[in-house]
Design a protein around this ligand. Structure first.
Ligand code: FE2
Length: 267
């Protein structure tokens, strides 16, 4: 059967860090989305509230900036004001493999130019909370999706590179893309796996450049030198947006291109 020429492009942005990150996404996302011809945008808002979770105001700003879906991760529980929004806003996700009874949900199906696109958010367990198995949970979720939903995109919020690669290869061919978030550092391994799933170990962050994963370097250095539990503060300088665009064949659900992007802001 000839391959369909119709494609959809999803733009993923890595963890947005602090108000500076939110402002930069607001200023730059529309132009980046236009440049890569994005049909939908998935933004990880995990660190928008000064590094720890996301506020109602930041959720609203990220949607206004052009996010179609906001994914999160382990810090989602740190801003209590957002807990009720996790139940009422279908496009705000938390990792799906938290135990049953946890507020919120980890999956949404959106309509993109008349095509159903599922976005899933899962979380790793290595050096992370010991929640339910993301491998089994993802397989269960994929099995439960409507057979018409061929395009499935996953933000896998995880620390360990080997867990991320194993997760993506486990799902290769059954989803369109698995992109990693959480480490805030972009990896140079964006590629299409053998059975057609786009993959990148970590998108990187949308946060300050002169920093330690987005935070004030002096605090990180002092913590290392003294072993005191000093609290991170978001660094205040120029922000770089890191993300990746994935183009997907609508007929097959397989990725046809994966393109990392970097966009700098200067304020
Ligand atoms: Fe995280």
């Amino acid at each position: 059967m000839p391959e369909s020429k119709e494609t959809i492009t999803a733009l993923f942005l890595g963890d947005v860090i602090g108000q500076a990150g939110v402002r930069a996404v607001f200023a730059l996302l529309k132009q980046v989305a236009k440049r890569v011809s994005a049909d939908l945008v998935i933004v990880n808002g995990e660190n928008a509230a000064e590094g720890f979770g996301v506020t109602i105001e930041a959720v609203s700003a990220l949607f206004d900036a052009g996010a179609t879906v906001i994914t999160t991760g382990n810090h989602i529980w740190q801003q209590r004001e957002v807990l009720s929004l996790l139940d009422s806003e279908p496009r705000l996700l938390r990792p799906a493999n938290y135990p049953p009874g946890t507020p919120g949900h980890g999956q949404v199906v959106v309509d993109v130019r008349g095509v159903k696109v599922a976005v899933l958010n899962l979380q790793g367990r290595r050096r992370m909370p010991t929640i339910d198995c993301p491998f089994r949970k993802a397989s269960d979720m994929i099995r439960a999706l409507d057979r018409d939903t061929r395009i499935i995109l996953i933000d896998f919020h995880a620390e360990a590179t080997d867990e991320k690669e194993a997760f993506a290869l486990h799902l290769d061919g059954s989803v369109s893309a698995v992109v990693g978030t959480h480490t805030h550092i972009t990896t140079a391994d964006a590629r299409i796996l053998p059975k057609g799933t786009a993959y990148q170990t970590d998108l990187g962050a949308c946060g300050p450049t002169e920093s330690v994963i987005g935070f004030v370097p002096q605090i990180s250095i002092q913590r290392a030198l003294t072993q005191l539990p000093l609290k991170n503060e978001v660094s205040a300088n120029n922000v770089v947006l890191h993300g990746t665009a994935v183009t997907i064949d609508v007929e097959t659900g397989k990725a046809t291109a994966v393109t990392p992007i970097t966009e700098a802001s200067f304020f």
